[in-house]
Design a protein. Sequence first.
Lengths: 687, 282
Amino acid sequence: MDFLWEIGCEELPPHFIPQAINQLKEGAERLLNQKDISFSRISAYGTPRRLVLYIEDIALIQKEKILEIKGPPYNIAFDDKGNPTQSALGFARSQGVEVSELIVKEDKQGKYVYALKKEAGRPTGEILKEILPELFSSIFLPKSMRWDASGLRFIRPIRWLLALLGNDILEFRLGDLLSSNKTFLERYLKEEFTPNSIEEYFEKLRDKGIVLEPDKRKEIILNGARELAEGVGGKIAVSEELLEKVTFLNERPHPFLGRIDERFLNLPKEVIITAMQSYLNLFPIVDEEGKLLPYFVGVRDGDEEGLENVVEGYEEVLKARLADAHFFFEEDLKVILEERSKHLNGIIFLGGLGTIADKVERMISVISSLPIDDVMKEKAIRVARLCRADLTTNMVKEFPDLQGVIGRCYALLQGEDEDVANAIYESYQYNLSPEGIWTPLGRLISLVDKMDTLVGAFHLGLQPTGSTDPFALRRACQTVIDILREEEKIQFKDLLEKVIQTYTEKGIEPRGIDELREFIKNRIGLSLREMGVRYDIVNAVLAGDLSDIRDVFQRALALEELREKEEFIPTIMASVRLINILRQGERRGEKIGEEVKEELLLLPEEKDLYEQGAKVKEKVEKLRENGDYKSVFFELSSLKDIINRFFDKVLVMTEDDELRANRLALVNSVWQMFFLFGDLSQIVIEG
Amino acid sequence: MEFQTLLRKLDEFWINQGCLILQPYDVEVGAGTMHPATFFGALGDYPWRVAYVQPSRRPQDGRYAQNPNRLQRYYQYQVIVKPAPHDIQNIYLDSLEFLGIPLKKHEVRFIEDDWESPTLGASGVGWEVWLDGLEITQFTYFQQMGGVELSTISVEITYGPERLAMYLQKSDSILDIEWGRGIKYGDIHTAMEVEHCKYNFELADITSLLSLFNHYEKEAQSLLDRKLIFPSYDLALKCSHIFNILDARGALSVTERASFIDRVRAIANRCAQLYIQQEALI
């Protein structure tokens, strides 16, 4: 027998439906397994107006359960000869089984007798009535509401429940609703339908063009849209996000073609696309070169009837939107970006840290101090000057998603250098996107902008907590790290200091800098972990010098690569011997000599370490400049036997104060080379 | 269909649904929700069915009558039904049919749009309703009003009568809508629109508005101490409107905006609490 449950809803938000479908399916599986009810398959479907759970071949009755009931210990239940005692007889009687049916099992407490009792399964219908409300309330609601006196909560009101076990109604309540065998089809017709069977339910919905399966709807939309686009010699520009949304906005998807008034095609492409996609859920159509054609594809929830009204309606609304945009465009172009940037003193930065104009001044000051060539510097200052000017345009006020896009577009129209225009756009972006529009200038601006924001936000105590990060500081931090990872000239430490200085110069003494450093450090750790670097290597590297992020990554990646090499563990172990003795010295308050005095090196092993160490040091310094940390490691590795011999033969903590200080100085000078990687003693050596 | 006929037809429809037809409130409001018939009507558990037209002022939205879709003063047709009937979506769709829109030949969509009014301490869950892509209505189940979690849920249906009229008359501009007898919406509103924009954006005296705000706020709070709910509420509405003009004048920073909103909400919340207490006594 099959089971069907339909929850009839007022329009569900599209983002909610896919997760609700998953949870219905997984939840039903879990609960049925828990209750020992077998089935062959569970499917869940959803449209804006219904969530459907379909269970095939569900057993009519729970599986029989066998309970083991523990009785007396074996040696009390049976005598030496293995005959049952009164105790066994009594236990069997009390459990309603024969003595011969008792079994013996042994656990930690010893041997005991058990009675096996069968418990008959309950009818599935009865159990479903209990678990369906539980299943319903287990659906995660990003936001919930009430709509009637029952106090039942869901994301939108539910208006009917159809529940069929085989051909019979499975009667149960959810809030004020009682389940029945009725469903509702096309709402405008108030079309109520009472299927006689589950098959008839599915047939009827199919007949009415209601497509329960999201994948099928997506296919209908995509194929229909492609066909319509090809009909006018183009292809649809598919945004996955929009496709997903439209899939869950319709239960009877019917793609249609509409026209864009050609007068508006001279607007920036992004403006037209935003007006179509973000506001009206329409798909743009482009030609081979990606140029917009004067058409769009929309999706009607319904059929052919009166389609011309729907098409005309969408065309008109789009026209009105584009007419607005056109008006803004013309108005905006009357004032050049440079002029606009003067009005940035009217826009607050981060709710209480001066204005955007102040931020721009700080960015310019930071850029001026950076070790970059003059051409770059000049362009970067120009970008900084203009990059937030589009916030004052009508277009960005109307379409906030287009900040940066509008800046770039207007910059090009007013004849700015193309690099400058692109960097204006990039200044708003966070990810080094695969589209590869990350120009050196864009990276530079983004870096300075985000560092400024991070310092300001931590000063105001706006650091992200848990899942909330309203100022996108995690993304800002990640972007900073991603840029600095590949940056040769600008070092993190210098940049941070300079940004802090620009705040200080304006009378703001930034607080929270230690927290910011810690935040950035943690983010670097996460990045490294994501790249597959083992946790202990991450810890070791992060315990070292962090002033140059590119260097941090080089070190970590080199160690990760070397981890499987045979020299790895012995080298690390040698370095641990160095740091252990230094720590011992530190604990005892020992003085470590500033420099190694050659004349105090008495034993051949310490002379050897000193001489070889000096040679290696020279090589290491060169290799390090090139970021060749693998070779650095191999150089250090060449010292491992010398180090071991040193510790085997030389007593560092000797009685002689002068000798001890000198030997510690020697150990320290060698350790400092290892410390280029970080604190290698944090690397876990197994076995 | 003439604009005036549209409003009359909506009255007729909702009268048949058992609504009282009320009149617009006579204090400037930003939306029909602020009419006491909605603000107080949504509180408490008694049944309540009303409909009315409410002229609404949004100083920020003015465009000197240059934009075909935006005005700083326009109308809302507001319906409140408490408790919300289970078939309210269908009743609403019937009202569109009643206006002469055969729904089988059109597309009506309910697009997720949760509503919130920070000045009224109010929020609800619902949709904007699209007719062939055009937003014509806000449809909301109130959850909270004046900071009070509602125990009986009302539904609020707010039609944009200008949008509907533009649609029905196939007009490209609000100002071209025929109000009635050959007179256009613009004939009645254009001059008013332009002058108000000039006032809102250019001339409104910031200093006196700020002091009026302070004055009204203080008076509202002291009236509340004497348990006078309705005059206090009017003063909250006045504060809210002054705030909107100050905002249009660009006189408020982000932090100031937030604090002004908080101050209006504080009055509205007190009004709601007092109202609930007095309800309980009846």
